[in-house]
Design a protein around this ligand. Structure first.
Ligand SMILES: Nc1nc2c(ncn2[C@@H]2O[C@H](COP(=O)(O)OP(=O)(O)O)[C@@H](O)[C@H]2O)c(=O)[nH]1
Ligand SMILES: [Mg+2]
Length: 330
């Protein structure tokens, strides 16, 4: 609230007008709607039993309704079966601090069956990841490469550049290139690949955004920048999914028990909002909770993360196939 705002701290509440006998008979004229700024402390004592805010739906709004080890193994089995020719690239992109590196670390940890922080996450306000780094492993992410990149910053002239992104998705930027926040890569750079091969391009983009930000208010700049990236992806026919992180901070029911993730009304709302704002269908939006440094891996926490990975792999596999078909046709 700005300092110039001179609203009274405690709003004056007008005496409620008592309806007369006549008014309560058969016709009731509705009161013109007025908005009173009631404070909970003012009305608390008037409510005999305050209506509890409903936090969970009776039936899950997405399957699976129950997370268990068998289900987790089923997804892993399917993931292992997705074996395209070559190693398609899955690019992780999104605002600084959204949890991109934590998401990659979580997936690597699931693959290794133990906590791993290969993709270093941090809490700094500016992008911790400035190097373009690819991750692959012998287990879960065997047939794909996960690529972490510099984060999108909330203001213009900071963080990565749209030009970098376009070069990147078209396969022009080599692994381990260090992004320069001051200027985008140029074709004269030693890390610039002049003629990319089909397997150098990005085959699916995984946008990572904090669900808390989506719930509160997404900075206009993110919407604009991500919109710009999406336009480019559409032109290149590159599929995309959206991962919503920090669901534990969004919904206390999920923090208590991650099995509630697909019954949480707040999560459902955030998925809907994100779908509208970023023009991504709801089925391609994945609410997750990344791993913190402590604790052990559990099927409940792994499943939402695996569902996101599974879908991105299916999409990337489809994209590889599509390129091959295009080659044959031309
Ligand atoms: N509570 C919670 N914290 C998270 C989650 N994902 C990431 N974080 C934290 O958010 C901060 C930024 O994460 P990081 O992966 O470095 O973001 P990046 O800039 O997008 O790579 C770190 O302190 C993470 O521990 C999550 O799902 N839940
Ligand atoms: Mg990072």
């Amino acid at each position: 609230m700005g300092s110039g705002d001179s609203k009274p701290l405690k709003p004056e509440i007008p005496e409620p007008s008592r309806p007369s006998q006549r008014e309560t008979s058969d016709t009731v004229t509705p009161e013109p709607s007025r908005t009173y700024q009631l404070q909970t402390s003012d009305i608390g004592h008037l409510l005999t039993k305050p209506e509890k805010e409903k936090l969970l739906t009776d039936k899950p709004w997405r399957q699976p309704s129950k997370f268990n080890f068998e289900h987790e193994q089923k997804i892993i089995e399917h993931i292992r079966k997705i074996q395209p020719e070559g190693k398609p690239n899955l690019l992780i992109s999104g605002p600084v601090g959204a949890g991109k590196s934590a998401f990659i670390s979580a997936l690597i940890s699931i693959g290794e069956g133990t906590k791993n922080s290969r993709a270093q996450s941090g809490s700094s306000a500016t992008s911790f990841t400035v190097k373009y780094i690819g991750y692959s492993q012998k287990t879960l992410i065997k047939h794909f490469i996960l690529r972490d990149m510099m984060g999108i910053e909330p203001n213009d002239g900071a963080g990565f550049h749209v030009e970098d992104f376009i070069y990147l998705v078209k396969g022009h930027i080599k692994n381990k290139y260090t992004f320069n926040p001051a200027s985008p890569i140029t074709p004269s750079d030693s890390n610039f690949r002049a003629t990319p091969e089909p397997m150098d391009v990005i085959h699916c983009v995984i946008f990572v955004i904090s669900a808390v930000d989506v719930y509160n208010d997404i900075p206009e700049m993110y919407i604009r920048k991500i919109g710009q990236l999406q336009d480019n992806l559409r032109m290149e026919r590159i599929p995309r999914i959206l991962v919503l992180t920090k669901i534990d901070q969004l919904c206390k029911k999920v923090q208590e028990d991650i099995n509630n993730i697909f019954r949480s009304i707040k999560v459902q709302k955030v998925v809907k909002t994100a779908s509208e704002v970023f023009h991504i269908d709801q089925a391609s939006i994945h609410p997750v909770v990344n791993y913190e440094d402590t604790g052990t891996l559990t099927p409940e926490q792994n499943i939402p993360l695996l569902l996101a990975l599974e879908q991105s792999m299916v999409y990337a596999d489809g994209r590889v196939q599509q390129s091959k078909d295009d080659e044959e046709i031309r």
